[in-house]
Design a protein around this ligand. Structure first.
Ligand code: SF4
Length: 282
C-alpha cells in the first residue's frame, strides 16, 4: 500500500490577529518594562504559552493584582471593567486585542445605547464573549442556537452581534429563529474573514478526503468549531493537539487525509502532525 496522501488546507493555522498579538508579545519580551505578563494565556495553545514563558513572559489571571511592569491584553480582548482597572494601575498596557474583536465590542455598545436588546451569538464562557457582553448591557443574552433563547424575550427591538469565530450557518439559524419574534432585527455580522476563509477551505477539503485531522488546542473554541464543521462533511474527523495523539488505526485502508488547524495553532505544530501522518502505512 502507498503512504497516505496528506493535504494541508489553505489558511490553516495562525490568523492575522493572533500573529499580530504574538509579534507584540515577542517585542514586549525584549523591550518592555519587566515583569512582562499576559492577562490570561495569550492564545489557547499550551506549546506557545510554554515558549513565551521561556522568554520571560508570564501569565497573570487577576487584573486587580497587577503592580508595575507590563501587561499584554490578548487578542480576545477584555471586559470593560477590567480595562478600567488596568487604566488605573501603574503597569504599561500593551493592547493586542484584535481590531475585529474591538469592532464587535463597539457594535454591542452602540446597539445598547440605541435601545436594542443585544443578543450575542457565541460561547457564554469564552473570554471574547465575556468582553463583548460587558459592552452589551446586563440584559443582553448570549446564545449558541435559537434553542437557547428564552420563551419570552425581554424586548422586541433586537440587535445581534457575533463572536468573531462563529460559523455563518449558526448565524443564519439564529437570525431565522429571531426574525419572527422581533419587531425590528438589526444584525451585525462580526464573524471575521480569517475564520470564514479557514472554515470554507477546511470544509471544501473535508468533502474531498477520506479523513480529516484538525490540529489545535482542545480549549481553543475556533479549533473545536473547525472540527465540528469538518465532521459534518467527513465523519472521520479527529481533533489533536500533537502528533503523539494520532492513532494509525484511524487511517486503515484510507488513501487521503486532510489537515487543517485553528487560528491559534503554530506552523511547526501543523507540520509535525503532517509529518507523523506521512509516516503512517495505511
Ligand atoms: S480569528 Fe479573526 S477576530 Fe479572532 S484574532 Fe484572528 S483575525 Fe482576529
Amino acid at each position: 500500500m502507498s503512504p497516505l496522501d496528506v493535504r494541508i488546507s489553505d489558511c490553516a493555522g495562525f490568523c492575522w490577529g493572533v500573529e499580530r498579538a504574538l509579534e507584540m508579545t515577542y517585542q514586549a519580551a525584549e523591550e518592555a518594562p519587566a515583569p512582562v505578563n499576559t492577562l490570561g494565556p495569550l492564545i489557547h495553545n499550551p506549546g506557545v504559552v510554554a515558549d513565551l514563558r521561556a522568554r520571560g513572559v508570564g501569565v497573570v489571571s487577576d487584573a486587580a493584582r497587577i503592580r508595575g511592569g507590563t501587561v499584554i491584553l490578548r487578542s480576545h480582548g477584555v471586559p470593560r471593567d477590567t480595562r478600567e482597572i488596568l487604566d488605573g494601575c501603574d503597569a504599561v498596557i500593551i493592547d493586542a486585542t484584535c481590531p475585529f474583536v474591538t469592532a464587535a465590542q463597539q457594535k454591542a455598545a452602540r446597539l445598547k445605547e440605541d435601545g436594542y436588546l443585544v443578543v450575542i451569538l457565541g460561547e457564554p464562557d469564552h473570554p471574547e464573549v465575556l468582553g463583548i457582553r460587558s459592552y452589551a448591557g446586563e440584559d443582553s443574552l448570549v446564545v449558541e442556537s435559537p434553542g437557547d433563547l428564552p420563551a419570552k424575550l425581554p424586548g422586541k427591538r433586537i440587535g445581534v452581534v457575533v463572536q468573531t469565530t462563529q460559523s455563518e450557518e449558526r448565524l443564519a439559524e439564529l437570525v431565522a429563529g429571531l426574525a419572527p419574534r422581533a419587531r425590528e432585527l438589526l444584525v451585525h455580522n462580526t464573524i471575521c474573514n480569517a475564520t470564514q476563509q479557514r472554515q470554507s477551505a477546511a470544509t471544501a477539503m473535508a468533502s474531498e478526503v477520506d479523513a480529516v485531522v484538525v490540529v489545535g488546542g482542545k480549549e481553543s473554541g475556533n479549533t473545536r468549531r473547525l472540527a465540528e464543521l469538518c465532521a459534518a462533511k467527513q465523519p472521520r474527523t479527529y481533533h489533536v493537539e500533537s502528533p503523539e495523539e494520532i492513532e494509525p488505526r484511524w487511517f486503515r485502508g484510507l488513501r487521503t487525509v486532510g489537515v487543517t488547524a485553528g487560528a491559534s495553532t503554530p506552523p511547526l505544530q501543523i507540520e509535525a502532525v503532517a509529518a507523523a501522518l506521512r509516516r503512517i502505512d495505511p
